[in-house]
Design a protein. Sequence first.
Length: 567
Amino acid sequence: MKRWLISLFLGSLFLGVALAAYHSFAPEQSSLARYAPPGALLYLEAKDFSGLLTNWNSSHEKQQWLQSADYEVFSRSRLFLRLKEASDQFASAAGLPADVNFVSQVAGSQSALALYDIGKLQFLYITKLDSSQAEQTELLQSRAKFETRNAAGTPFYLRTDPEAGRQVAFATSGGYLFLATREDLLASALELIAGNNNPALESEAWWTRSLSAKGKPGDLRMVLNLEKIVPSPYFRSYWIQKNITDMKAYSTAVSDLFLSGSEYREERVLLKKSGNGVEGASPTGRAAVAELMRLVPMDEGAYQISSNPPADASLSLLETKLLAPHPGPGVASQIAPQVQLTSGNTGGSGDLETRIDEPPLETPAQAASSDSIKSLLAQNPVLASLNVWSTEIGPNGVFVRFHTAVVFLGKSDWNESAMRSAVVGFIRPMLTASDLGTAWQSASNHWELDGLWPLSAAVRGKYLFLSDDPKILDEMLSRIGRPANVPPASFIAGFNHAREGAPFARLTRLLDDQRAASASSADRTPEFFSENIASLSSALSAVSSEKIVVRDSGDRELQTVTYEWAN
C-alpha cells in the first residue's frame, strides 16, 4: 500500500506542478477521443492546453524547478536522455526544432494526446486551433518540404526520416490541427472527423468501461489502459516505483484534475480486474478510519490512517515508530559494484578487533520480545490504525527531533493493564538488566514510563494510544469526543508541507554534511535528500499541504488527492 501511495503521490505532484497558476474552468466539451483511432494505451485531454502552457511558462514554480538540483539530476537520467533522443528524431523527421516555441505555436484550446507505443513514443495529437492561427505556425509554413497525401478527401502532409525510421504527418480539418508520428494514425483520424463509420478509441470496450465509472471531466483528464501498459518492458524499466505487482490488480484507470482557486483536486477511479484476489476494507474498517480522522491534530506534520491492518503490520508500526526504532533493511542494489583497484591489501589494522569465532551481538531490535505485543493484538483485532508524526527544531537551532503517536481502534475495549505489561515486556531487554525505567507512573490523563525512555500511553475503551510526546497524546485525547466529519474510507493520509519543508531541509543538510559536499568537484551528483529532494520541495513551496483519501467501491477503487496552495 505504501509503494502504491508513493507512486500515486509522485504522479500527482508533477501533474500539479504543470498547472501551478491555472485557476479557471472551460465550458463542457465533447471528448476528442471520437477522432482518435483505437489502440491507444494512454489518452490525455485538456480543456485549454494553450492556457495551461502559458501559465506554466510564466509560473514561479517553473523557474525555480529549472534552476534546482532536482532538474539537474533529472536532466542526467536515462528517461530524460531517452525523451531527448525521441525529440531529436522528431525534429529531424519534421525538419523543425521540437522546442518550446514549436509547442507554443501548435497549442490550441481543447487538445488531446493519444499514445500508441511507449517504446517508440508514437502518438496522435489533436488541438482546436483557428485556421488563421494554424497558418502562422512554422509547421504549416514548411509544408512544401512534405509529401502530400489524401484521406477522406482531406490533404495531409508526410515527411519521413529514413535513417531514424521516424515519420511526422499533419493536417488541418474542421477547425482542428492534427499531428502524428505515424501516417496511418493521421489518416484514420481524418476519416473519423469526416464522418466515416470507422472504429474510434471511444468505442473500445476498455474505454467504455473506464468512462462509465466517471462523471464530469476535469480541466485535465487522463485515461490509462493498464492491462496493456503494465506488461510493457518500458513501463517496468521507467516506472520508478517498481510496484508492478500492485498495478497488475487493475485493468484501467481514469484521473480528472479540477482547478478551483487555491485548491487542486484530483479524482481517480481504478477499475479492478475480476478475480484479482484483492479484498477491500470491511465496512467496520472503513467506518473506523473516519472515526480516527477526528483525532488528527490540526498542526501535525503528517498522518496516515489504514483500515483493517494485519496484526504483523500493527506490530511493525509500533516497533519501527515507537518501541524499537531502527533502520530497516537496505534496498537491494540493481547496479553492479565498482571494482576498487588497490595495492593488493585485503584488510586493515582495524580488522584485527573483529571477532570471527563469536556471533555478533544482538541489536536492540533483535533482543526485544514481541510475543506480548503479538498476543495483545491477536486478542483484539485492529479495525484501523493511525500514525501521526511531526518534527521540532531543538532549542539550539541545530538538531531536528521527531515526535510520533500511534492509535489503534480495536474491535472491542482494550485491557489497559495488559497493554502496559505487554509494552514493558517488549522494551525491558533493550533498556536495562533490571526494572529501572520500566515502571508506569500516572500523569494528568495518561501513563508515562518513569525512566529516560519517552513513552506515554492511554486507553479509552476501544482506543489505544501510544506516543513519545505527551503533548501530542493530550491533544489527541482532547479530540476524542468530537463527531466524525468525513465519510468512511479505507485509507487517508496527509502531509503538511508548509510546516515540514524547512525542518526536512535542515535535517538532510546535517545528515549529508553539506560542507563536504560544497568542497567537492562541480560535476558531482547532487545529494539525494539535501539537494535533490529539498530543491523540489523548495520549488513547490507554495503547496502548503497534500491529502489523499482512498475508498473501496466493489469493483473499483476511488481516490481523491487534494493540493492546497498558499496563494
